[in-house]
Design a protein around this ligand. Structure first.
Ligand code: FCB
Length: 467
């Protein structure tokens, strides 16, 4: 049912699980700073300790082994390796920590997929302008080269940047993620642009200096909902859906996979809105310089984070204000038939994933696809027997199997989000995505497998789904 070498994985991210925020020479990141500000995160919680994977890594490894994963996706904390963000000061204890993680995985026959950047910029670099500053691309490239050099003999799957959309929009337009900036209409496009430049430089460095010897694959992980017109017969809804997809999936994939530039629909919508509002601060969506290495073709596979779907209708902009929502001019709603799981943004739509995979195959010339995140959240009363989540994984993997068999999408692997309950950004510990429950109050951070973990382990073992 699944290809023989299909990757069965689970994913985590450094800030969400490691803790050890000041341990072993780690420098502060923007999430450390953000959490110190009152009112930013649910209950003013933070990732100071989180799942304490910095000290309890071996417990995580045990979880990975019990599930029977073939792959484990985790991220490196840039400021644990390079406390001030630059390669001038390397923190050897950080290098040792990740070497142990990688060596232990390899010894257990689990392939690491390593994310270089999952939302936690070194604070020292934020102080110099962060992702808004053009020089960040070179700094990221140096960090990436350092990681390829240090870990690339054992790591063959790399993600440069996780969800540039989320970093750009939630971090710099909405202000609900670190660094908490609210600069609607301009900052997110600039940040997204510098992230693409940084990604492309790192891919070229790998391609030029490491690929021959290390033989790995490098990509960036994009998040995208599947989107459909609310009324398929209404032309305006159809056009709004195209704009919606251009501003989410298209923003980062058109440059990398299709044209080397942003989707035309996106550029013209932004220009029209600037004109309408009389904005005269120059083009808000930057252009790629001919003097820099091209961004086109800088992905060896397609890395997709999929969580939910949307129905899209015309309008619902924020009116005459400068912001991405107004530029996009497309309202998104949930279909009332879709169940909501935990958080309000998360409707459970497994077949949306199949549709999105088919769209990716057709739009991006049949790339190798890894589903690098997909999951189901729980809030409120704890349920170890989480039958809804178990059903979710079975339903979703059935759609993935259909995408592979019937639509012939080249899906190479699936990573459940997440290995264990963890710090869910501005929702703190109130939202749980784990295959393992973590007891944040027992003084031991005990990990207990949920029923959904048992189901996932069964599927992995059989390599197929029971119908
Ligand atoms: C994604 C993030 C991941 C996690 C899930 C629920 O956007 O990449 O860290 O928070 O959402």
């Amino acid at each position: 049912m699944f290809p023989r070498d299909f990757a069965w994985g689970a994913a985590t991210a450094a800030y969400q699980i490691e803790g050890g925020w000041q341990a072993g020479g780690k420098g502060p990141s923007i999430w450390d700073t953000f959490c110190l500000e009152k009112g930013r995160v649910f209950g003013d919680q933070n990732g100071d300790v989180a799942c304490n994977s910095y000290e309890l890594w071996e417990k995580d490894l045990e979880c990975i082994r019990q599930l029977g994963l073939t792959h484990y996706r985790f991220s490196l904390s840039w400021s644990r390796l390079l406390p001030d963000g630059t390669t001038q000061h390397v923190n050897q204890k950080g290098v040792q920590y990740y070497n142990k993680v990688i060596n232990d995985l390899v010894a257990c026959n689990v392939s690491p997929m390593v994310t270089l950047y999952h939302f936690d910029l070194p604070q020292a670099l934020q102080d110099q302008g962060g992702w808004k500053s053009p020089s960040i691309a070179n700094l990221f490239d140096s960090y990436a080269k350092f990681c390829f050099q240090t870990f690339g003999d054992r790591v063959k799957l790399w993600i440069t940047i996780n969800e540039p959309y989320v970093c750009a929009k939630l971090g710099h337009e909405d202000g609900i993620h670190a660094p908490g900036l609210k600069e609607p209409g301009t900052a997110a496009y600039l940040v997204g642009h510098n992230m693409l430049r940084a990604h492309a430089m790192a891919w070229h460095s790998y391609n030029h200096d490491y690929r021959k010897e290390q033989k790995g694959w490098v990509s960036l992980a994009v998040n995208s909902d599947w989107a459909e017109p609310l009324n398929t017969h209404c032309k305006e809804d159809v056009a709004a859906t195209e704009r919606y997809l251009a501003f989410t999936l298209g923003w980062f994939t058109w440059p990398v996979f299709v044209t080397g530039d942003y989707p035309e629909i996106m550029r013209s919508a932004i220009e029209a809105q600037s004109k309408k509002l009389g904005f005269n601060g120059g083009p808000r969506l930057p252009s790629f310089s001919k003097d820099e290495p091209t961004v086109l073709g800088t992905a060896d596979f397609f890395a997709l984070n999929y969580y939910t779907s949307r129905k899209v209708k015309k309008g619902e902009s924020c009116g005459n204000i400068l912001c991405m929502k107004s530029d996009r001019d497309a309202g998104d709603v949930l279909d009332p038939s879709w169940p909501i799981c935990g958080v309000s943004w998360l409707a459970v739509v497994p077949d949306g994933l199949r549709k999105l995979l088919k769209y990716i195959k057709e739009t991006f010339d049949n790339p190798a696809v890894y589903i690098t995140e997909n999951g189901f959240s729980q809030v409120g009363t704890l349920q170890i027997e989480d039958d809804q989540r178990s059903k979710f994984y079975k339903d979703t993997l059935l759609e993935v199997a259909k995408a592979i068999q019937e639509d012939e999408v080249n899906v190479c692997g699936y990573f459940a989000w997440s290995l264990m309950d963890n710090f869910e950004w501005s929702d703190g510990y109130s939202v749980r995505f784990g295959l393992y429950h973590v007891d944040f109050n027992d003084g031991k951070l005990s990990r207990t497998m949920y029923q959904s973990g048992r189901e996932y382990a069964k599927i992995i073992l059989k390599h197929k789904l029971d119908q």
